[in-house]
Design a protein around this ligand. Sequence first.
Ligand code: BGC
Length: 567
Amino acid sequence: MNQRRREVFDLPDWWRQAVVYQIYPRSFADANADGIGDLAGITSRVDYLRDLGIDAVWLSPFYPSALADGGYDVDDYRDVDPKIGTLDEFDEMVAALHAAHIKVVVDIVPNHSSNRHEWFRAALNSPRGSNERSRYIFRDGKGENGELPPNEWQSIFGGGAWERITEPDGSPGQWYLHLFAKEQPDFNWDHPDVHEDFLETLRFWSDRGVDGFRVDVAHGLKKNLDPAFDALADVLGGRELFVDGQHPVWDRDEVHEIYKEWRDVFNEYEPPRTAVAEAWVAPHRQARYASPEGLGQTFNFDLLQADFRADEFHEIISRNLAAAEAIGGSTTWVLSNHDVVRHASRYGLPGGQESKGAPGAGAPAGTGNDGKQWLFDGGDPAQVDHAQGFRRARAATMFLLGLPGSAYLYQGEELGLPEVGQIPDEDRQDPAFFRNRDVEVGRDGCRVPLPWSSRGRSFGFGDDGSHLPQPDWFGDYAVEVQDEDPASTLNLYRRALELRAELQGDETLEWEDVTDSSLTFRRPGGWRVVLNFGTEPIPLPSGEVLLSSSELGDGGLLPGETCAWLR
Ligand code: BGC
């Protein structure tokens, strides 16, 4: 193992430059042959993760859940879903990852529980106005008999954001707020029990050795339900980000009081636990989530939403590095996750990345994503230029890995996996599809279980099938196929992460050459990173080529849509 990475593991601020690999547990590796990935499956693949060269894993939710929203509907925050494993298996997994010098980050979902959570069940069985009800957001309906929702707000996944309940005596009753699926009732963060319970959850996992937390919908916890906002039907999905704390739901200033409390808990530990906010907020509001008194880091989704263009990359990178420097933090880079079209496909969309559209203000990325809809509903998937997507994805990833800040990778991108387009309706799982199928294909296409081998019932994912269907071509991308091939995407990632470890410790970047179609920057130690966004070759800067995202031609030229690292 790379010595530098081993040293970073022991640093309290290991996260500043970390490469964090997102695992979607149900789709990573299935050890008990039930078609669903599990914790033992992750443990069985620790060698793979170590050899890839990552610093940390982030696990999407593995808690007990009816999977109304892929596990982001949590029944119990301090347990493991029996379909995925046990707490003992969790401990074994953490021990195995730590032994490989890999940190562990878990997902915390504080905006909403599932409707099966014991508190929500207690709320349904308790009268109006009870303490049990006030841990969630219940309101009387409008209309003569309360038959109309309290307002017209539309949920992120489509349909109204309020659901009516039946009172314990059988009569039609109050309504509760759910920004996401109706199985995801929103907590009332004005209630002290909610605060206390999450602090307990943070300690529970920290005591088990968890190193950090990814905070789901971090910008949504505090709400202002003033009737003045009732008329704004699209208030949740609206694209207006520049609201400076005045939006009724998203990015309210008071939300940071919660994260100050959390920070006190993180600092009870040695080294302090870390966190990264999932906050879809305006660029100038991101730093508050990332402050050292708050969560410490926030996702920056700017590159994920950008077109493959030199001017956009240049502006985004410069702005985010400056913002991070201003607060003494470090920025984060991400191109793919479990909510968006995989970037190997996104970059091949006809019309460029522009046709993708941007997610809404409060939306998980990918929701209301025009490109996804185009890709699979309106447009002909055959029109996606896979070769271009693949080439650009490798180049963009290498460019990103050369930057200061931490890099978040999504399982399967190291295989160059494209999005799976053809999933039959009856196999789909995402609530975004079921609630909004006319406009939304959902996020299942990036959540299909990984191919480990080129053959077999589920391409080595497990000994049984796979909970989402894998296409026939998946075997071509299998780990087994790429492992020995020096030109494979897997080996490009491995080599890039190995080299990147040498850069750790210094967070400076200097632009050296900025043109309409290429960017070159310098890093310490005489490193240069150059990306040719155009299709025509350009001269390579001087230096020894350490790595390139596609084969270099003769004559010192850098081919189109290619990134090279030089020293
Ligand atoms: C997660 C999504 C999830 C939503 C609701 C998000 O931002 O990334 O996958 O559907 O939160 O929990």
